[in-house]
Design a protein around this ligand. Sequence first.
Ligand code: COA
Ligand code: AMP
Length: 637
Amino acid sequence: MNYQKFYNHSIQNPEEFWMQQAQLLAWHKSPTKALGKDEHDYHNWFKDGELNLSYLCIDKHIEDGFGDQNAIIYDSPVTNTKTYITYNELKKEVEQLAGGIKSLGLEKGDTAIIYMPMIPQAVFAMLACARLGVIHSVVFGGFAPHELAIRIDDCKPKLILTATSGIEIDRIIPYKPFVDQAIEKCEHKPKHVVVFKRGFLTDVPLKSYDIDYKELVSTSQPADPVVVPSTHPLYILYTSGTTGKPKGIIRDSGGYAVALKFSMTYVYDVDPGEVFWAASDVGWVVGHSYIVYAPLINRNTTVLFEGKPIKTPDASTFWRVISEHNVKVMFTAPTAIRAIKKEDPDGNFIKSFNLSCLKYQFLAGERCDAATLNWTQQHLNIPVIDHWWQTESGWPMLANMAGLELMPVKPGSASVPVCGYNVAILNELGEEVEAGVEGYVAVKLPLPPGTLSNLWGNPERFKAGYLNKFPGYYFSGDGGYKDEDGYVFITGRVDDVINVAGHRLSTAEMEEVVASHTAVAECAVFGVHCDLKGQKPLALIVAKSETGKSSQHISNEVVTLVRKEIGAVAALREVLVVQRLPKTRSGKILRKLLRQIADDLEYNIPSTIDDIAIVDEIKSVYQQHQIGIHKNISHHE
Ligand code: COA
Ligand code: AMP
């Protein structure tokens, strides 16, 4: 099929286009109308439709005769486990757990937090919540108790589902103790904590709110799917914004299901029955959409991988998983490829596996540099497709729609707008700019189904953050440009969000934590280039005068503090003590200038700078710590 024709239809007549796609799902009550408005005057989809996503992901396929097909392959090199879970088995696990959750008093509209490692029980928990209409919020395991506490206080769950422990390359992650610490910190106290006991860290002291997962499941009555309206929130997923407080993205049910099913066919070119693998984590949007809901709605076999691209045990793991489980389409972050490339530059591991099953390699989560794309292309010899999306969109906004028409790949570009997304590059005044000119990446409203419906408990922030900057458009927070062929090149965030190893983090949040250290007078945290992780955070601090501590000592304490408060995933390792920070005369810290100097980019020193001598001081501190190479061209504005 022709991309342009299909795309044009989706933009010119979105209601007809998406209604046709909606008919491919087994609704409990089919929608009669596609597009509507909610109480905040924002668009919603298929308002009078009713469905249940757990039913669509499981029961429907069993009714169609596919109960014996594998739904999930759990491959865990860190525990040396491989488990194959059929749709019949998945149903049993999910309906029993849903029955257990129901017996604890949860019902449609309640919230539950899931804080679990990459084990099948995390997927069961999501689907069990969905079965009851309970809104889940999965929190990524790399976040510390403080971050978990913020999310508990925001979405006020009646229940937390967790496991005793997770496993990183070199250590055990104490999930359950982290939950206990978080509950101690927060104002809202969840009534119950359901704990799945794994083979390690079994001696965690019991709390009065604890319930054993296995006991709960073995004694409960199976629960049937609860039908919900299309607009019912399926989940809340917190993501980093431009302040210290994360934003709870709300995802609806019906629009999401329609969009995910559509994307499996037209973006990923994967048919029911085939094996799909997104090597991400259920704590991120990629995990929600492409480890759990999309492959299961589409009756694929999804791979749940508990490991890393390297060191579990080595850089061959990805290729072993692909060939062993017959993966047709794989999705990972460019960072993972860079990590593999570093350990296996000639792709020798790739050559040692039969990868004939693999038809496409998709990359997303951060900007993909041409070298990484080309290396992957050269060694896999299949289409390598960079595509762009966000937690907010829930599914791709820019992609080479492989299931529709595979177009030429242009390294550095995530290709063209996906059906439903009318992507525009705007200037500060909200006017579309010409091809080749960089601007703000925005999407003309209405967004297609499946995208965020609001922010949990904060519709004002939703409007202020996404809709007010360019009336009539959704503002993505990214910068970029289009070329003459309509390919979009994303150049990076234009706000305080950074992307470290495909993990979205807020420098504003890190700055709040750094500033809370007793020895810190003022500070700036910003993202700088990292060969492996794409970006990494760098903190500059001005120490208070009489701390009695050495600079090294303060730096170490700040690193530990950020790790303790935000979590290991923040990956802040470099904290430099400086005498002063460059500011404008009105006192605004010149973070952009600090970043540009660190990254050896061309920069302008703003004419409003308070004291130009600070620039040389900063350069010399960078040189001392080997940050950048310092061949900048500088001149005054
Ligand atoms: N639970 C607990 N801790 C976690 C975690 C989790 N789920 N995920 C990461 N961490 C920890 C890591 O152990 C690391 O701790 P350390 O500082 O003690 O080493 C820290 O958070 C930073 O993690 P990361 O930035 O991922 O670095 P890494 O060195 O552990 O791994 C890669 C590097 C490239 C192997 C890894 O980043 C990777 O696989 N990236 C792919 C990214 C991805 O899939 N992103 C999802 C979006 S599509
Ligand atoms: P997240 O919400 O965690 O998925 O992060 C979304 C952000 O990651 C986007 O706003 C982009 O800044 C970045 N991103 C994701 N995919 C790409 C891509 N293919 N190219 C460039 N940036 C990307």
